[in-house]
Write a protein that binds this ligand. Structure first.
Ligand code: DAH
Length: 332
C-alpha cells in the first residue's frame, strides 16, 4: 500500500494540467484503477478478522488521501495562469531605476559649474590630523575658535574632519599658486541632531589664489556660482563674520528668491538667507601652505552643500538626508 501511495505522489508531482490530473485520478481511483486492483489482488481468505479489519482501514485511508491530494492539486492548477501567459496588450511593468541623492545632485551641479570656471575639483580625507583641521588654519590649541566646532576625536589621536577647510593648507602646498580649486566632501560634528543640525553633513570648500585677488573678485565669483546653481540672477550681500583662517571674514547672504527681499515665511521675514561664509585667506594660512604672501593673495569659501540642497528642494528637516527613507529619496 505504501508503494502505491509513494508512486501516486511521484506521478502527481509531474502533473501540470487538469487533463493530466483527470487521467491520473481515473488511473488510481477509476473502475479498473490501481486501487481496485490492489483490493482484488489481495488475498484475505486465510486472514483473521483482525487482519481483514486492518487492511480495510488502511485501504480506506489510502483512498481518501489520494482523493484529497487530487482536490488540492485541482485548486493549485486553477490558480495557475493560462497556458498562454504573455498578454501583449497588458501595460508593461515599470522598472524603478536608482537615482542620485539630492546632495549628490547639488554637488554634481556645483562641480560642473566650477569646472567651467577653471577650478580643479579635488577630494580629501575624512580622518584628519589636528594640524590640518585646526592648527594649520590659524587655530592654535588654546584658541577659543575650537569651541565653535564640537569634534569627534579618534583613539589614534586623529579626528573626523569638522570642515572641508582641513584641505586648505594641503592643497596650497601641493598645487602652489596661482590656484583655483574646490573640494567637496563629508564633514562630522559631535552634536545633538535636530531639524537644522546633523552630525554628518556635506560642504564644498573653495580656494582662489593669484596676484591681486580682492574682495571684489570674491563677490563676483560667488555671485556667478550661486546664480548658476539657482539658475537665475541672485542678489548677494556681505556681512562681517569670524573665522580664524580668513581676514577679513564674511557671511555672504542671498536675497530671498521667493519674496525678493520683501520678507516672507521662507526667509523668516528677513528678506535674506545666510548662505556661505568666506573671506580673504589669512597670511598665516598662506605661509603654512608655502605661498609667497608678498606676491599672492586669495579668498576661500565654505559652501554648505546640505544647506544648499535644503534651500533648493525646500526640505524642512536636515535629518531626512541621511535617513535612507525611500519615501523621501524617490521624490528627487
Ligand atoms: N569651515 C567653516 C565652517 O565649517 C566655513 C568656512 C568659513 C569656510 C570661512 C571658509 C571660509 O573657506 O573662508 O564653519
Amino acid at each position: 500500500m505504501e508503494t502505491v501511495y509513494l508512486e501516486f505522489k511521484k506521478q502527481l508531482a509531474t502533473v501540470d494540467s487538469s487533463t493530466a490530473l483527470e487521467n491520473l485520478k481515473s488511473q488510481y481511483l477509476g473502475r479498473n484503477g490501481v486501487l481496485k486492483k490492489l483490493k482484488s489482488n489481495t488475498d484475505l481468505k486465510t486472514s483473521t478478522t483482525e487482519e481483514k479489519r486492518a487492511f480495510g482501514l488502511m485501504f480506506n485511508e489510502l483512498k481518501s488521501q489520494i482523493q484529497l491530494m487530487v482536490e488540492e492539486k485541482q485548486v493549485i492548477l486553477e490558480q495557475k495562469p493560462s497556458s498562454n501567459p504573455i498578454d501583449l496588450t497588458l501595460p508593461g511593468i515599470k522598472k524603478a531605476p536608482g537615482r542620485l541623492h539630492p546632495i549628490s545632485q547639488v554637488q554634481d551641479d556645483l562641480e560642473n559649474i566650477c569646472l567651467s570656471m577653471g577650478f580643479k575639483v579635488l577630494g580629501g580625507a575624512e580622518m584628519e590630523t589636528d594640524y590640518n583641521n585646526f592648527a594649520s588654519l590659524n587655530t592654535p590649541d588654546d584658541h577659543p575658535a575650537r569651541d565653535m566646532q564640537d569634534t569627534f576625536w579618534l583613539n589614534n589621536g586623529k579626528l573626523l574632519r569638522t570642515q572641508t577647510s582641513a584641505n586648505q593648507v594641503q592643497t596650497l602646498r601641493r598645487y602652489g599658486a596661482p590656484l583655483r580649486a574646490v573640494f567637496p566632501g563629508k564633514c562630522f560634528r559631535y552634536e545633538t541632531t535636530d531639524a537644522t543640525h546633523e552630525n554628518t553633513f556635506y560642504q564644498m570648500e573653495g580656494l582662489v589664489v593669484d596676484e591681486n585677488i580682492s574682495i571684489a573678485n570674491l563677490i563676483a565669483v560667488m555671485k556667478e556660482i550661486i546664480s548658476a546653481v539657482f539658475k537665475r540672477e541672485v542678489t548677494v550681500r556681505l556681512r562681517p563674520g569670524y573665522f580664524p583662517f580668513v581676514e577679513p571674514a564674511f557671511e555672504l547672504d542671498i536675497q530671498c528668491l521667493i519674496c525678493h527681499g520683501q520678507g516672507c515665511p521662507g526667509c523668516k521675514k528677513a528678506g535674506w538667507l545666510e548662505l556661505l561664509p568666506c573671506g580673504l585667506i589669512h597670511p598665516v594660512v598662506l605661509k603654512n601652505g608655502n605661498i609667497d604672501g608678498e606676491k599672492y593673495t586669495g579668498f576661500a569659501f565654505g559652501l554648505g552643500l546640505t544647506r544648499l540642497a535644503m534651500m533648493k528642494f525646500q526640505i524642512p528637516d536636515i535629518r531626512l538626508f541621511n535617513s535612507g527613507d525611500f519615501r523621501f529619496l524617490e521624490q528627487f
